[in-house]
Write a protein that binds this ligand. Sequence first.
Ligand code: NAD
Length: 491
Amino acid sequence: MEVLKNYIGRSWIDSNEKETRNVVNPANQEVLTRVPYGTRTGSDVAAAVKAAGEAFGEWQQVPVMRRVQPLYRLKHLLEEHVEEIARLITLECGKSYAESVAEMQRGIENVETACATPTLMQSEFSENITSGIDEFMIRQPLGVCACVSPFNFPGMIPFWFLPYAIATGNSFILKPSEKVPLTMMKVFELIDQLDLPAGLINLVHGGKESVDALLDHPDVKAVSFVGSTPVARYIYQRGTAGGKRVQAQGGAKNPLIVMPDAELEMTAKIIVDSVYGCAGQRCLAASNIVLVGDSNRTVKEALVEAAKNKTTGFGLDEGVEMGPVITPESKARIEKLIDKGIEEGASLLLDGRGATISGYDAGNFIKPTVLDNVALDGEVIKTEIFGPVMSLISMDTIDQAIDFVNENKFGNMACLFTSSGLNARTFRNRANAGNIGVNIGVAAPMAQFPFSGWNDSFFGDLHGQGRHAIEFFTQTKVVIERWPKEWTRKF
Ligand code: NAD
């Protein structure tokens, strides 16, 4: 079976690594392809850094208006091929086809936003800051920048970084997740059509060894990472110790608060979409649902009813709303956490364990699961489950609920459902999370805004997307100039 090639210096090149891993369809365990995976992928990284370094030399001098022109072409190519790319996302990652299309739309929006780089990169100028002296700031690119992406959004996440990096004048190396490399292989076929300088954008496969080679290479100036918290912390520490600029987005455990004055039907639908969308494998998936006040029973019934109605199956089949989780190991881990929740005292309102889907017996399926009265001092309430599991908790007041939100060691997202402006205002002011939703279940910032995780959900200063990305991929230079009259020859 074919082994995926790297894309280095505008050519498709065999990896130096002979060891491989299978890339598998999580709905039926079919092996889709094989990806290089082992210690020798480090030498592939060295070749990519060399090519990217050479491309940077000239690219940084290309005027920014010309640097964004390929992004307009990329947007159109992505739109033309969106169906094919979405099918690949569903095949290797498992989410439903509609979710895969929506994911690509978010990726394309980042390409569109990066087209505004000529304006976003403009800087500040102060005339006569002191007598006869002007001062201004310019933004210059960093050099070779690298991105390491996770399995759960193979089409979108590289675009939180890639278009901004090259529009601001850098060169770029992507290391996609070894679990889902096919999506970016297709995207790079499109990138290959853009007539970019050789080495400007490169793709290298592999796992930890490729990542470590990127982190340790002195010519890599910046690393953008998205993935689990332990790896994000490691990448931030190792990358910054080597003097690199690092932004590392980590995992999450997202709480949603439902007030008694929330509109019942719509709230239940939005929450269920948040918990079970992408089979719960979203860093913005709702996990802990806090029901405040005395309307508890009705809300629970509505949530369980909406959860029951989700159709689980292979994401390319008609009518399927929820696909499998990524690996058999992941399925086993999630089912163990459900068992643990019950052991810790929760009652099971809906049991999705041991799910079988006709025609897909080997798939990693778990159906929607609802745990009620989950122990506040237990493991399940604190652990990122990354699967289709809703944990219900009851509290008496909004203050107690906000305190619960703020005890969370993560800080990716927190949401409130209410019809009171005062509740909404109190919540948005006090909740310790970087992405806040009011009557929103997945508070995913659009491309113009930073993807703002806090606490253990983010290591670094500047986030992905929008203006933050422009700032991350540039360094500022402040220039102070004196041009006194008496020094200037008159003509
Ligand atoms: P992961 O951390 O296992 O892997 C992410 C990337 O890191 C992959 O490319 C992988 O090859 C590499 N990697 C894995 N282990 C490594 C190691 N020890 N050293 C160096 N590199 C290593 O994450 P995943 O399972 O692919 O993705 C799911 C996680 O990502 C979840 O925790 C989810 O919450 C998180 N996530 C966060 C965001 C966000 O914006 N905060 C977005 C999407 C996903």
